[in-house]
Design a protein around this ligand. Structure first.
Ligand code: FAD
Length: 538
């Protein structure tokens, strides 16, 4: 018979007694040291990079899949809502809660690389593993995953990326993070463990994603609404032996967009990305000359040979910062291949595309990023300690310029009010696969910082930057503009990564599609205990 317990009434904070009963159960499952009750810690776990959510009642840190399964089951049986948290490096209310009293599940202890199989070409990791940890584990094996991380990968996890559909390293050729995964082990609301891909074949291994309906895909990009990704298996590829990069400047946004779209269509680059002049300027303020020079140590060893590395380093030193003064809009392409000839052909093609209306500049930015892919995340705040929020959309290449123009028009409409609160904006743009244009306006403004920012920034940076008081009017205005941008993206038919509780996913769904999603949620989480509100599912 099930043990009697007092469930928290739906929508209300659980009582101290109910929390205490659950705490004892969870301590038995994950150990006393892995159940967090401290108020300040719980406040930290109740915020993301953009927003504070409702206070969670407990945080657990399971160390293995059985603990995760038992912990989730205990919490949901006791009537608590539960939410998965990876590195916490998101800003769309993905894991923070709208109702107080949830149990937050921090995946950080489940970070093992379980199997590297270079014969069958796959790697299996626990989903709390960061991209940086996976990179280290594969570094000397001559292989890597096709998509191999986000710029936040020093803290952001494999589980976070698979739940958000992340983009960056390798995306030019291999698309989103979720396109590189084969099999998952997912823990559902009642603690059931479900394998997907060929991992679900009795006696088989996770060597392939596809066998019958794509159940791996069912959980991909769910922003933690359908369950807890405990383990993931990725396809491996041989690490390309050669790489080079090339950068261009353009005078206008539309010619830059054209170039990025054409680079994307050509499918020649592993990463295609650019900045507008505002973001380039913000980046310049952020990165001291000294730090750029320090990072050249990495550039010097990251080249395809020592001699080329030294040449690269010299080129970056000589041109490093001054060239940016002249830059208006930029496009960068990183080209990889298994022969020098392939890389040279890719570089030549990028030049052919971009030199029609642009001019070549030193490739310092892609060199620095590639040499140190997983840098400390000092950009969770602006260079002068401002708050920072990116809002993005992915549009078809044919809508790149039009969407960019509409966003400019929207910022123009708000100019006076933004100036009043010193809200500045910039753009990151990127291509993925041969068919996606990602446009990411960012806003920065002086405002109160959170514990999550302080714990993410390097101490030296924290000491240097000013601290601001809470400015409710500025926060409200940023929120208003963010909501307008989300609507603009909806009207453009855009897709989004990291849907969380921010983008208008539900509103934009076809009615029958939404019914199917509700049905899936009912099946995997009938009591609606897992991360309510995520994807717009209550
Ligand atoms: C400085 C900076 C740079 C960034 N660069 C990039 C970039 O290059 N590309 C990009 O796409 N994004 C980027 N991001 C956004 C973000 O870091 C990524 O989307 C990243 O994948 C989030 O991973 P995380 O482990 O921190 O996830 P979290 O923030 O912890 O969680 C994100 C979502 O995933 C869910 N989730 C986490 N783990 C699991 C799990 N195991 N099972 C089920 N659900 C889970 C959470 O509930 C939440 O909904 C950046 C963010 C910052 C701050």
């Amino acid at each position: 018979m099930a043990e009697a317990h007092a469930s928290p009434p739906d929508g209300q904070a659980p009582s101290a007694e109910t929390i205490d009963q659950l705490r004892l159960k969870l301590e038995n499952i994950v150990g006393v040291e892995n159940v967090i009750t401290d108020q300040a810690e719980r406040e930290f776990y109740s915020q993301d990079i953009y927003k504070r959510g409702e206070l969670v009642s407990l945080v657990i840190r399971p160390g293995m899949i059985d603990e995760l399964s038992a912990g989730v089951a205990a919490a949901t049986q006791a009537g608590f809502t539960v939410a998965p948290r990876g590195g916490g490096m998101s800003y769309t209310s993905g894991y923070i809660q709208e109702v107080p009293g949830a149990v937050m599940v921090d995946m950080c202890r489940m970070n093992r690389v379980k199997e590297i199989n270079t014969e069958d070409m796959y790697v299996t990791v626990e989903c709390g593993c960061t991209w940086s940890q996976l990179h280290e584990a594969l570094k000397d094996k001559g292989v890597r995953t096709p998509f191999w991380g986000t710029l936040s990968g020093i803290r952001a996890t494999v589980g976070g990326a698979l739940s958000q559909n992340a983009i960056f390293f390798g995306s030019g050729q291999f698309g989103l993070a979720t396109e590189s995964v084969q099999s998952l082990k997912v823990v559902l609301a009642d603690g059931t463990i479900v394998p997907t891909g060929t991992l679900s074949t009795k006696g088989s291994t996770p060597f392939s994603r596809h066998y019958g309906p794509d159940l791996t895909g069912l959980f991909a990009g769910d922003t933690g609404a359908f369950g807890f990704k405990a383990e993931a298996t990725f396809r491996l590829i041989r690490k390309p032996a050669f790489e080079d990069s090339v950068s261009f400047a353009f005078d206008e946004y539309d010619v830059c967009a054209d170039a990025i779209c054409e680079l994307t269509r050509a499918g020649i680059a592993s990463e295609v990305f650019g900045f507008d002049p505002n973001l380039a300027e913000i980046r310049l303020k952020r990165e001291s000359i000294m730090k750029d020079i320090m990072s050249l140590k990495g550039v010097a060893t990251g080249g395809s040979s020592i001699l080329e590395g030294v040449k690269d380093a010299a080129k970056v030193v000589l041109s490093g910062r001054r060239y940016m003064d002249e830059v208006v809009y930029t496009a960068n392409a990183v080209i990889e291949g298994n022969s020098k000839a392939v890389v040279e052909a890719g570089i030549a093609e990028a030049r052919r595309i971009c030199k029609v209306k642009g001019r070549e500049i030193a490739n310092s930015i892609p060199k620095i990023i590639r040499a140190n892919p997983f840098m400390p995340l000092n950009n969770v705040l602006g260079p002068e300690g401002q708050r920072w929020i990116p809002i993005h959309g992915i549009v078809p290449l044919s809508k790149a310029k039009e969407t960019w123009k509409k966003i400019y028009d929207l910022f123009a409409e708000y100019k006076e009010r933004m100036d009043k609160y010193e809200i500045i904006h910039g753009f990151l743009i990127s291509g993925a696969s041969t068919n996606m244009f990602l446009i990411e306006p960012v806003m920065l403004w002086p405002d109160e910082r959170f514990a999550i920012h302080e714990r993410t920034l390097d101490d030296a940076v924290l000491k240097r930057i000013p601290k601001y008081d809470f400015v409710p009017e500025a926060t409200a205005l940023v929120d208003e503009i963010k909501n307008r941008l989300c609507r603009l993206f909806l009207e453009q038919g855009a897709a989004h990564l990291q849907i969380g509780k921010t983008y208008l996913y539900r509103e934009g769904r076809d009615r029958e599609t939404w019914k199917l999603l509700e049905g899936i949620k009912d099946l995997v989480d009938p009591q609606r205990r897992v991360n309510p509100g995520s994807l717009g599912l209550d």
